[in-house]
Design a protein. Structure first.
Length: 425
């Protein structure tokens, strides 16, 4: 991010410290930094912005506190070859670019100097993302994650949204790490959702589990034997209107969908046992990218996609008479460890579509059953992290498996709950 800046040496007493992203500053680290400054000098000036005729700190509170200790000792120190009085501090002034830009400057600068506590970091990231969305309602979690470095940062932004809203819970706030906190917060969210389910339940409890939320905010370490997922393809299907015939309940933005798929293969790896399989429905445009990511994570991908042939269907003709009728979808298959198939099967699987679909992207129960029977033995645990209207539940039940489904959209989760309830009748 480009910013106008200039360097000044100003009295420390003139600098205002507003609400900081760093909520706590370790006194021992401040004392150690003060000693380092007196012996070796100040390596980096603090960052301020001039607002309403006064200087407000943007980044460098730990350095400001260290200089305050030096001022008490009436000590001189040097910075960039200049000697500075202990009552003053070198300051880089950035132009007043608004709260959004200043928050980003502070976050980036603080992380570069000394990492925030995980509590302060999630609050800062959540605040930054909130500001981004306020400025542009179409701004995505993936976009914020990309600004912070991409990769794991995308998941960190999604988790920050959850953790920032649960920091008032003592158990979450006291966690030793973000990972541990997410485990606690996930259990809290799960308990709240299950409580709502049980409040309205009129049937016996199912062994299957439905979670309402985003899989990127959850942890299930080495729990499942198989993952089967049908995430958004990134074809902007949510904009098809009447041509889609059935409502899509997600934003199928190409980049956001690809980001989600890349994170999904990592999540699937984290939550599966040492011997496991994964089936991932995807678009051909992203096959090589997602296959490469799966291999980097640790999966052993099947080199070519499995083909689901939609037998007996008219399919979809995107170009009308100028093109072909599409009657297939692709599946990325990955394995880990020595998990074997129940039987050898062709890589083309014929299965008619389900006519009574609840949502547009819904896959047939019979197709899920074929895939699950290939990979699973009775009693094993299966996961669908983007379960939609809940195809995984009847499919798993008929294969004598125990399923966990995760669905982010509240209305679609209700459809999945209805299918889950039907299994308990």
């Amino acid at each position: 991010m480009e910013k106008e800046s200039s360097l000044r040496i100003v009295p420390t007493a003139e600098i205002r410290v507003k609400d900081r992203q760093r909520k706590t500053v370790d006194p021992a680290s401040v004392k150690a930094l003060a000693k380092s400054i007196t012996e070796q000098g100040l390596l980096h000036p603090i960052v301020c912005v001039e607002q309403d005729g006064a200087l407000s700190l943007v980044a460098g509170e730990r350095r400001l506190r260290a200089i305050a200790l030096i001022a008490g000792a009436k000590t001189m120190y040097h910075c960039n070859g200049e000697w500075v009085k202990g009552t003053h501090i070198p300051c880089t002034l950035v132009s007043d670019q608004g709260e959004l830009q200043l928050r980003q400057v502070e976050l980036e600068e603080n992380i570069q100097r000394i990492d925030l506590s995980w509590q302060d970091r999630v609050q800062a990231i959540d605040a930054l993302h909130t500001l981004r969305v306020a400025a542009n309602p179409k701004h995505t979690v993936g976009a914020t994650g990309e600004e912070l470095g991409g990769g794991e940062a995308r998941r960190e932004v999604a988790q920050a949204q959850v953790l920032a809203r649960h920091l008032d819970n003592p158990a979450v706030a006291a966690a030793r790490s973000r990972r541990e906190a997410m485990g606690i917060a996930s259990r809290i969210v799960e308990a709240e959702f299950r409580a709502v389910q049980e409040k309205h339940a009129k049937k016996k409890k199912s062994k299957h589990v439905l979670r309402h939320g985003d899989f990127r905010t959850m942890y299930d370490e080495k729990t499942f034997d198989c993952v089967i997922a049908d995430p958004p393809y990134g074809m902007e299907a949510s904009d098809f209107g009447d041509a889609a015939k059935l409502a899509h309940t997600y934003e199928d933005d190409p980049q956001e969908a690809l980001d989600l798929n890349l994170e999904l293969v990592q999540y699937a790896w984290d939550c599966t046992k040492d011997n496991a399989h994964m089936y991932l429905f995807l678009d051909i445009e992203n096959f090589l990218t997602i296959r490469l990511r799966a291999e980097q994570v640790g999966w052993t991908p099947w080199r070519t996609p499995l083909i689901w042939h939609k037998a007996g269907t008219q399919g979809h003709a995107p170009l009308g008479e100028r093109g072909f009728r599409r009657v297939h979808e692709l599946i990325l298959f990955c394995s880990r460890g020595d998990k074997a198939f129940g039987t050898i099967h062709n890589d083309v699987i014929s299965q008619s579509i389900q006519r009574d679909r609840l949502v547009a992207a819904q896959k047939p129960v019979e197709l899920y059953k074929k895939l699950l029977n290939l990979s699973c033995s009775p009693g094993e645990l299966v996961l669908d992290p983007c379960c939609g209207s809940g195809t995984i539940f009847p499919a798993a039940a008929e294969c004598f498996l125990t399923a966990t489904g995760i669905e982010k959209d509240a209305e679609t989760a209700k459809l999945a709950q209805s299918r889950l309830d039907e299994l308990s009748e």
